[in-house]
Design a binder for this molecule. Structure first.
Ligand code: ADP
Ligand code: ADP
Length: 237
């Protein structure tokens, strides 16, 4: 089923056009990888899906981004609702300077998704379990998130993103700052999480795309030059 529909999406940074009339349909409960050389617009495109480009001065956007049939750029679509529906994971793990527990509990509380303390505890445990981190941190929930290893911090950031039960999780090179073992752990996690969420991930690692992605979009100079299911894309005739 369709999750995100993009039509004639163009973006300019000042006079420089970074996205050139993109058209793409992204499907629910799949992993889609965005690949292509550095500077071809992958991150810019990802930021169009959660409106993070709005924060950059001098940006101009044309075209349509629809999520579950709603125009993400429509004025009535409020920012808070969008944050709730679209989670984001960055290249460099960026836990809040707070406890492991608070890293997870903060957003659900802001969005009024939890009431009593017990409910909040339950949600924190579930998110950490879903991110495969619970066993490692259950005895130190009140230590700072930043006290964890890099790979654990990234799983904490994934737990934080899924804690509000978004529809879509955007990942911008989520493993490129990690060692091979942590990378494999995150790749396995993506495979598990796609049963619940639509995942869009940027990578410049073709092998990673081949391992984790159901669909792959190949970017080149601000255009999508190929979009196909990953098996077809990487099969050599
Ligand atoms: P990728 O993620 O594929 O490496 P980006 O989306 O980061 O590509 O960049 C696409 C193009 O837009 C590049 O030419 C880059 O220099 C430019 N660009 C990215 N971010 C900005 C910005 N904040 N201001 C101006 N130009 C930018
Ligand atoms: P309603 O149909 O009454 O707007 P919803 O639960 O569908 O109820 O939406 C609640 C809020 O979430 C509204 O402010 C709506 O604009 C916003 N919203 C709905 N879908 C999305 C979406 N895909 N992305 C961002 N915000 C959304």
């Amino acid at each position: 089923e369709l999750s995100i529909r993009v039509r004639d999406l163009s973006l300019w940074y000042g006079d420089t056009q970074a996205l050139k009339s993109l058209n793409i349909d992204l499907y629910q409960k799949n992993v889609t990888a965005l690949i292509g050389p550095s500077g071809c617009g992958k991150s810019t495109f990802l930021r169009c899906l959660n409106r993070m480009n709005d924060l950059i001065p001098g940006v101009r956007i044309e075209g349509l981004v629809e999520m579950d049939g709603r125009d993400v750029n429509a004025r009535k679509m409020d920012e808070v609702a969008l944050r709730r529906r679209v989670g984001m994971v960055f290249q460099k793990p960026n836990p809040f300077p707070k406890s492991i527990y608070e890293n997870i509990a903060y957003a659900p509380r802001m969005h009024d998704l939890v009431g009593r303390k017990a409910e909040q505890d339950e949600l924190v445990e579930r998110a950490l379990r879903d991110a495969g981190l619970w066993e490692e941190v259950k005895d130190k929930l009140h230590q700072p998130g930043t006290s964890l290893s890099g790979g654990q911090q990234q799983r904490l950031c994934i737990a934080r993103a899924i804690a509000v039960q978004p529809d879509v999780i955007l990942m911008d090179e989520p493993t490129s700052a990690l060692d091979p073992i942590s990378t494999a752990t995150i790749e396995d996690l993506m495979d598990k999480l796609k049963k619940q969420f639509t995942i869009v991930t940027v990578t410049h690692n073709m092998q990673q795309a081949a391992r984790v992605a159901d669909y792959t979009a190949f970017f080149h100079l601000g255009e999508i030059i190929e979009y196909n299911d990953t098996k077809t894309m990487f099969s050599t005739p």
